[in-house]
Design a protein around this ligand. Structure first.
Ligand SMILES: [Zn+2]
Length: 320
């Protein structure tokens, strides 16, 4: 008996599984291609084979050493019943994944939306341990969010809450593929910062950003930050404007949820303290409860690269 958990990050490209201990440490991991589109039943078989192989190859017994298996998947997910109501990317509706997998595995399966697994990871074993109210905001290709409210995952009606990336921060602003204009993620995602950086580089051939990144095709969210640290005014202007957008959306969320902790994840969170130091003055000025005895703390998420696997595994701890 090893008292371990398995977390499965069900992505559009890969299915990644990891054996995780209750502190959130990954002991072993393995992945296979998702190979969409195909029927749900085939995916379920692959999840079972992946978890079985993962255990066998690392000397563990699925039945004896693993307490439960958690699955993080995109889409609107009823976590209590373990049903994926709709997953547009996979083309599935009304997928009773928990029931089906429990039959195949003969053990407890937990299922959640993948943004919700990120908050579970931070609350159970990360940088928001023990918080009854906490948020995770992920600054990646888009801007994602997960919330813990009064000690529980907050999913909302239709299991579609916390689409924080589609909160408008500039009315009539940049067009978003959700149909609105001025969405938070059109300004504060890593992808948006990379796009703004490339545009600024074209206008400023003298910028040190060309030294940081000689090929404009390789520009990413780090380019402007690196140039700013080298003393480049164009890089600094970009970063300061980026932080203003980020702060605007974050303070909106802080004022709505008033969480104990906000954890920032995704690519931009690699800037760590440098980013937090730039953000903090906005929060000190605009957090509605700035004069309260206990203040909201903005931190970097503990789990970033493998947050999907760890969060899915921690569903088992959260439900224990
Ligand atoms: Zn949008």
């Amino acid at each position: 008996m090893q008292n371990l958990y398995i977390g499965v990050d069900l992505g559009g490209t890969n299915i990644a599984a990891g054996i995780v201990d209750r502190t959130g440490k990954i002991i072993a991991k393995k992945s296979v291609r998702t190979n969409l589109p195909r029927p749900e039943s085939e995916l379920e078989k692959d999840i079972f084979n992946l978890c079985s192989d993962l255990c066998r190859e690392n000397g563990y017994s699925l039945n004896k050493d693993i307490i439960s298996i958690g699955i993080g998947t995109p889409g609107s997910v009823d976590g209590k019943r373990g049903i994926v109501w709709s997953n547009v990317n996979f083309g599935y509706t009304n997928w009773t994944i928990k029931e089906n997998l429990e039959k195949i595995f003969g053990m407890s399966i937990f299922v959640e939306n993948d943004a919700n697994t990120a908050i579970v990871a931070e609350v159970i074993a990360g940088n928001a341990v023990g918080c009854k109210n906490a948020l995770v905001v992920t600054l990646g290709t888009g801007v994602g969010g997960g919330a813990f409210v009064d000690g529980q995952i907050y999913s909302g009606y239709n299991y579609s809450a916390l689409e924080v990336g589609h909160m408008v921060i500039r009315q009539n602003g940049r067009k978003c593929n959700c149909g609105r204009r001025g969405c938070f993620e059109r300004y504060a995602s890593a992808a948006a910062l990379a796009k703004d950086t490339a545009a600024a580089m074209k206008k400023h051939p003298e910028s040190l950003m060309w030294q940081v990144c000689p090929d404009i095709k390789d520009v990413n969210a780090q380019t402007a930050f690196d140039a700013m640290r080298m003393g480049d005014p164009t890089g600094e202007k970009l970063v300061r404007r980026y932080v203003e957008y980020l702060a605007c959306g974050l303070v909106n969320l802080i004022n709505i949820f008033q969480p104990e902790v906000v954890c920032l994840g995704g690519g931009v969170s690699n800037e760590k303290e440098f980013l937090l130091d730039l953000l903090q003055p906005y929060i000190d000025r605009e957090d509605f409860a700035r004069n309260a005895r206990e203040r909201v703390t903005v931190k970097i998420a503990k789990f970033r690269n493998d947050a999907g696997i760890i969060g899915a595994a921690m569903l088992g701890v959260n439900n224990a």
